[in-house]
Design a binder for this molecule. Structure first.
Ligand SMILES: C[S@@+](CC[C@H](N)C(=O)[O-])C[C@H]1O[C@@H](n2cnc3c(N)ncnc32)[C@H](O)[C@@H]1O
Ligand code: SF4
Length: 397
């Protein structure tokens, strides 16, 4: 396996005061729908008209550019769905469009999600030539039985081939695994995760299986035909995950994301540090500062409906909500407490106009769920991460 030297600038993501400005582009199609997934992804049995989508992406970019004004981009992320179903020419046209609308400095992180079942060397080289410098592969499991259970189109051999190819072609790469699967023991996960770490370059996303409403897994779960690990077993699996990745110098920097120091995803850090990001494409969300106000944007989820809206009015936005300062403070907390670096308290106080409730804060500190980092930051402890939603709800209201 030839490993291309890593292109990690030390400053990437290390300046806590700069949340960055990201561009997210959503490709909403998949070759098949996985039974656990509630992302905005659709299967089409006719070829997708990619040039028509490109024109619509460019049009929507122009509208977003009017909202954001001229800005310098710190990261680009093409997510899905399955962006690796896009032709390299489509990716090239999208990246050129972004560079026409905003300033895109050389060498910024440009990530694309890819499925091991739709990976070919030629296409990967085409994405690289278009400017993609980081790939995030949806590996999900390293045993064929569980890949089948998860409804994936690839097997372990395909996954390993895709990892090797990604490592050869892109300066940076990450892959996703889903754990806390039915009947998964700690010993099995321990073996699988150690194997995964041995294939990893600089970044891993390790998600606990969640049962999402409206998915086939939800129906099976409700009918008692799919049993996932309970809270206690999930906590044990989570703790094993932290231990192994820390030992391997790939600690968590966010609830589910692990990186070698300096290799954190710049783009995802922008979300969690509550920076601005533009969301382009069907079902994409954005957070933008425009005319001194922060707004939340959301576009039409159905690909064909989104196309029609963009062609008629220049964008597919169906929602533009002005975020009051209190709502921004809640979002800052919700996102920031996911991070090991925690939340900037001065920023939170400026937005909310108050200090954290001293009694609630004290209670959470005494029970070992949160801690202060000096006077300026507040973060969850590992125990707090396990009950993150409850911690946020307690502090936010
Ligand atoms: C939107 S998917 C895109 C990646 C790509 N389409 C793929 O599946 O290979 C991003 C990641 O979310 C994770 N994911 C999706 N649904 C999940 C669920 N219900 N529970 C845990 N992880 C999930 C998977 O690990 C997946 O790779
Ligand atoms: S997990 Fe990925 S491949 Fe599967 S349906 Fe969701 S977006 Fe598509």
């Amino acid at each position: 396996m030839t490993v291309v030297p890593l292109d990690i600038r030390p400053s990437m993501g290390s300046d806590l005061s700069d949340p960055g400005f990201g561009i997210y582009v959503h490709w909403p199609f998949c070759a098949a729908k996985c039974p656990y997934c509630d992302f905005n992804s659709h299967v089409r049995h006719q070829p997708v008209d990619q040039p028509r989508f490109v024109q619509a992406f460019l049009k929507e970019m122009a509208t977003m550019r009017r909202l954001t004004g001229s800005r310098s981009v710190t990261s680009i992320f093409m997510g899905g769905g399955t962006p690796s179903l896009m032709a390299p020419e489509t990716v090239d046209a999208i990246l050129n469009g972004i560079a026409r609308h905003w300033h895109v400095p050389d060498g910024i992180e440009i990530t694309m999600e890819a499925n091991p079942s739709s990976v070919e060397a030629e296409r990967f080289r085409g994405y690289r030539a278009a400017g993609v410098n980081r790939v995030s592969l949806g590996v999900q499991a390293l045993n064929d039985r569980d890949l089948k259970f998860l409804g994936r189109l690839h097997d372990v051999a395909d996954a390993l081939k895709a990892i090797r190819l990604a490592r050869d072609i892109f300066p940076r790469m990450s892959f996703d695994l889903i754990y806390a699967r039915p009947n998964q023991t700690v010993a099995e996960w321990d073996r699988e995760l150690k194997e995964a770490v041995s294939y990893a370059v600089d970044h891993l996303s390790l998600y606990q299986l969640t049962i999402e409403e409206g998915t086939p897994f939800y129906g099976l779960h409700k009918a008692g035909k799919l049993v996932v690990p309970d809270g206690e077993q999930s906590a044990v699996l989570y703790e094993a995950t932290q231990e192994i990745t820390e030992r391997e110098n790939m600690p968590a920097y966010e609830v589910s994301n692990h990186a070698r120091p300096g290799a954190e995803s710049r783009h995802n850090l922008t979300y969690w540090r509550y920076g601005d990001y533009v969301g382009i494409g069907p079902g994409a969300h954005g957070r933008l500062t425009t005319g001194g106000a922060k707004i939340a944007t959301a576009t039409e989820r159905k690909p064909e409906g989104w196309l029609e809206l963009v062609e008629a009015q220049g964008h597919g936005m169906i929602d533009q909500e002005l975020l009051e300062r209190e709502a921004q403070a809640d979002e800052l907390l919700l996102m920031g407490l996911r991070l090991k670096e925690g939340v900037d308290l001065a920023r939170w106080q400026m937005l909310s106009g108050r200090d954290p409730d001293p009694d609630r804060e004290q209670f959470l500190i005494e029970h070992g769920f949160i801690e202060r980092l000096g006077n300026s930051r507040l973060r969850c402890t590992p125990a707090g991460m396990l009950i993150l939603d409850a911690v946020v709800a307690d502090l936010a209201c």
